[in-house]
Design a protein around this ligand. Structure first.
Ligand SMILES: [Zn+2]
Length: 593
């Protein structure tokens, strides 16, 4: 029976380009799971977008003398290009700066307020009499009152790592140079998380059996030891979503509060761009939906604890406000957060250029070669490391030697000796049948690992099966059989190509581009996956470009589909490139400069 699967991926923030750590942390694992479920015939919706608001964007805009919109759009465009290049198959990749997102986020706020989970509180914040405005968070720097670091941001110290109370900062100064600062009282809304704590704990306990240990520790473990405390959900800022309450001009919803609502608003925007404008309900109102959230470890608390608190606090009230219906929203099913990927033994750092930027990587290497290395090395349960020499070694010894050469060698051989037609094998031998059974059992074995989001194991399992085909061919050796008995050789190539046809499907969530090519070489006229494309959307806030995916997933492809004797094959070319060792030093020389 087909399932409804929501793949929700962390919204990249519009103040930095995407590096390989970001990609393997959330976007790539989400894409692999989405592609698998589409092949299974499940109803998949995969969404994300650019987190466009907040002080990092507006501060950058202020200091460059540009509109904030221009700053966020510059990064948004680079995100679209990277996801397109890597085949991250978003049904919709949008932005938080849309009329639709404003409306949905404001409705969640009002629902929480209506249900009594929001309160007002007056507190002191830094104010610039010169600029005649409050300067929140990153707008103010000064000396850390904990460690003495002189360039601490008012909300966080990068030296000691502590979250700071802005009003305690020593010798505060405005990043924008707006004169001396003073503390003034201002009023903000707070989400009363202490009231929602019992519900959040229950939510986490119900999912404890399938949440990763690292995720459970950072959520339930943290709440049990520290409790859930109220958090401010508004800011004195004009770049963002206005607080939908009269008299609150000049204040916006805090980014942490509104960006997560994007998982819901993007689903709504996506369905409004289709013929059936209410399709989003399948992934948001049906309690049987499985929602997966792909995030990095720094985002665990927001997605495991705060976002469910927002959803449960809004309760049925969101739909009452939004659609005049009395229904609750669905809750997350799994939050398979990844740890971090380091680079050549050090933490990735954008400011030191100690990073492999995704756009550079995709300009220099094939997407599947990068996807392969990022999956086999994915930081699922502990930090991993990108190492250029390992990238070359794994590409050449595993991807090319074990899988690429196997497919190419047997396809070329068959193409040459049987004039491009799959031969009739006659009666198969026991070892032929045994190989087919072994490979086809992979659909269940690999599928199980994918469903549990054990992506590394799933890829290793698929590689292990490819080795079995290599062993089979070493034993049968059709290249010798053909010299004495072409009928025997026909049995071997027929069997090996059936196995490759099945493995092509199992590899395809990881390696979509090369699997599509192989699908074509094996004589198919259709494609395994849909197409990605961009579209410009107009609304009352202006325009924004979205990345979309068009595909029909009604056929179940995650199963053996035998190639018939007589199938006309196409002339194959190599699926992957062998990489030269010299690139290791070239790439290392680029780091940190
Ligand atoms: Zn400090």
């Amino acid at each position: 029976m087909s399932e409804k699967i929501l793949i929700a991926i962390a919204w990249p923030y519009a103040n930095a380009e995407i590096h390989v750590g970001n990609l393997t942390g959330s976007h790539l694992p989400g894409d692999i799971l989405a592609r698998y479920h589409r092949l299974k015939g499940d109803k998949v919706l995969m969404v994300s977008g650019t987190d466009s608001h907040g002080t990092p964007v507006s501060l950058r805009a202020d200091s460059e003398g540009k509109p904030a919109e221009e700053v966020y759009k510059k990064f948004h465009d680079t995100f679209l290009s990277v996801f397109n290049g890597f085949g991250i198959s978003y049904d919709l990749f949008t932005s938080t700066h849309t009329e639709n997102h404003f409306k949905v986020a404001q409705s969640i706020f009002l629902a929480l307020k209506e249900n009594g989970f929001i309160f007002k509180k007056i507190s002191s914040h830094w104010y610039s009499p010169v600029a005649e405005k409050f300067l929140p968070d990153r707008y103010v720097e000064g000396t850390c009152y904990i460690c003495g670091y002189e360039n601490a941001r008012s909300d966080q110290c990068d030296q000691c790592g502590n979250v700071l109370e802005p009003e305690k900062l020593i010798e505060p100064r405005a990043k924008t140079g707006d004169g001396s600062l003073e503390l003034r009282e201002t009023e903000h809304f707070y989400l009363d998380l202490s009231k929602l704590e019992p519900k959040v704990k229950e939510f986490l306990r119900e999912r404890a059996s399938h949440l990763r240990d690292t995720v459970l520790g950072e959520s339930l473990g943290k709440i049990e030891s520290e409790g859930l405390l109220p958090r401010p959900i508004t800011r004195d800022l004009d770049w963002g979503i206005p607080v939908p309450v009269e008299g609150w001009d000049g204040k916006c919803l805090y980014v942490w509060f509104e960006a997560v609502i994007g998982y819901l608003s993007a689903a709504i925007e996506w369905s409004r761009l289709t013929d059936d404008t209410e399709r989003w309900r399948d992934w948001w109102l049906d309690p049987s939906v499985k929602q997966f959230y792909f995030i990095g470890k720094d985002n665990i608390f927001f997605h495991t604890s705060l976002w469910p608190a927002q959803l449960m606090g809004a309760g049925n009230q969101f739909m009452k406000i939004f659609a005049e219906e009395d229904k609750p929203l669905a809750l997350p099913y799994d939050i398979p957060a990844n740890q971090f990927m380091n680079l050549e033994g050090q933490k990735i750092s954008g400011s030191r250029n100690w990073a492999v930027w995704c756009q550079d990587a995709i300009d220099r290497y094939d997407a599947d070669a990068l996807r392969f290395y990022l999956t086999i090395n994915m930081p699922e349960n502990k930090d991993s490391d990108w190492d250029w020499s390992e990238f070359v070694a794994r590409n050449n010894n595993e991807l090319v030697a074990n899988w690429g050469n196997l497919a190419n060698r047997i396809l070329s051989f068959t193409y040459k000796h049987w004039e491009g037609v799959l031969p009739d094998p006659g009666k198969l031998r026991p070892n032929d049948k045994e190989l087919m059974e072994t490979i086809n059992a992979g659909f269940e074995l690999v599928g199980k690992e994918l469903e549990a989001v054990h992506l590394r194991t799933a890829l290793h399992e698929t590689l292990r099966l490819a080795s079995k085909v290599n062993k089979y061919l070493d034993t049968c050796a059709p290249w010798f059989e053909i010299k004495t008995d072409k009928e025997l050789a026909a049995k071997s190539v027929f069997t090996a190509l059936q196995a490759i046809n099945s493995l092509k499907v199992m590899f395809s969530p990881f390696l979509p581009f090369s699997s599509e090519k192989l699908h074509h070489f094996l004589g198919y006229n259709d494609s395994l996956f849909g197409e990605q494309y961009q579209e410009k959307i107009q609304d009352s806030l202006g325009d924004h470009v979205v990345l979309k995916y068009l595909g029909d997933h009604s056929d179940v492809r995650w199963k053996p589909s035998p190639l018939e004797p007589g199938t006309i094959l196409r002339q194959p070319v190599a699926l992957f490139k062998k990489l030269d060792d010299s690139l290791v030093e070239e790439e290392r020389a680029r780091l940190g400069s």
